[in-house]
Write a protein that binds this ligand. Structure first.
Ligand SMILES: Cc1cc2nc3c(=O)[nH]c(=O)nc-3n(C[C@H](O)[C@H](O)[C@H](O)COP(=O)(O)OP(=O)(O)OC[C@H]3O[C@@H](n4cnc5c(N)ncnc54)[C@H](O)[C@@H]3O)c2cc1C
Length: 282
């Protein structure tokens, strides 16, 4: 069976009646089947317009789960979303960006999902909806492991919620892959910084593809908060014991040792890039 409801209420009602695979842009679903068709009962949520809007509600920016990478790139957002826009423009290719959704990226829960570090650095929560109502979880609690989330069979991820109080400062997304386009990240870092004069008043650093789930480097953040941008930040970044905080895998794209080595370089690049943005007006 194939269902393509036009509103969220119909979607959750349909989902409550039987086992269905949710399909958004299908850019993760299709490659995993290795077949010409998906071969299961499908709930296609791509016609639900309310899932594809970005709005402000009760002190949160609400990004609908069906928002595509291209939508995000074109959306007018505060400066601190620079990392999410830079990430959006680097996902796959233009064709993937036009249909692939931020919600699909989170629900697929790949360790290499580029959206996750950006949203962790924005302190994101996610909203799940079912016929039983809504529940809101911190993104850190939603993704439990590689391809493993808190999503229940009767739930749809409806939105990503960013607290407006986290919408300060500038940000950068730095990704290392084997080539420029159509590349799965070897490692990526999303960094958001707020400055008070030349003092780092706030910093969020998240690293992906270097553990089963992307993670915030809170211990490094604590070392850097209060430091001047004129101090030797690179020494602090390079001295940090990354091996105690991340556990990169060995795979065809890079060894554990290589990923550990590049993580400090990517963290350094993302921080320097972000600090440099404060020197440019806009
Ligand atoms: C050639 C190619 C290149 C790629 N490059 C990148 C890249 O550079 N970086 C990157 O991060 N990813 C990349 N991807 C992976 C993919 O494009 C992204 O993860 C994309 O955002 C997935 O979104 P989607 O809408 O296509 O998800 P779908 O494939 O439709 O769904 C993915 C999973 O999430 C579930 N799902 C989707 N939406 C919801 C929802 N709202 N509620 C509940 N469950 C839901 C589905 O059931 C499925 O399990 C690439 C894929 C391809 C094919």
């Amino acid at each position: 069976m194939y269902y393509r409801p036009k509103n969220l209420n119909d979607a959750i009602a349909t989902l409550s009646k039987g086992e269905l695979t949710i399909a958004a842009g299908c850019t993760d679903l299709f490659p995993t089947t290795q077949e010409d068709s998906l071969g299961s009962n499908i709930l296609d949520i791509s016609a639900i317009k309310s899932l594809r809007t970005v709005s402000i509600e009760n002190g949160f920016r609400r990004i609908g789960s069906g928002t595509t990478w291209s939508d995000l790139e074109n959306e007018e957002l505060p400066n601190c979303y620079e990392m999410l826009k830079e990430c959006s423009s680097q996902v796959g290719s233009r064709q993937i960006q036009n249909v692939g959704t931020i919600g699909g990226n989170l629900c697929n829960a790949s360790p290499a999902a580029d959206g996750v570090p950006c949203l962790l650095s924005l302190d994101a929560s996610i909203e799940l909806i079912s016929i039983n109502g809504k529940r809101i979880l911190k993104l850190e609690d939603f993704i439990k492991g590689s391809r493993n989330t808190e999503l229940k069979k009767n739930e749809i991820l409806s939105a990503i919620l960013i607290p407006q109080k986290a919408e300060r400062g500038r940000s950068s997304f730095v990704k290392l892959g084997a080539r420029k386009y159509l590349v799965i990240s070897i490692a990526m870092v999303a960094c958001k910084i707020n400055l008070d004069g030349d003092i780092i008043s706030d910093i969020a650093i998240s690293i992906g593809s270097c553990s089963a789930v992307a993670k915030r480097l809170r211990e490094l953040e604590n070392i850097l908060i209060g430091k001047s941008t004129n101090s030797d930040l690179i020494a602090d970044i390079y001295d940090f014991q990354y091996q105690n905080h991340i556990s990169p895998i060995d795979d065809i794209r890079g060894t554990n040792e290589y990923r550990l080595e590049v993580s400090r370089v990517l963290v350094k690049d993302s921080i320097i890039e972000t600090i440099n943005k404060f020197k440019i007006k806009g």
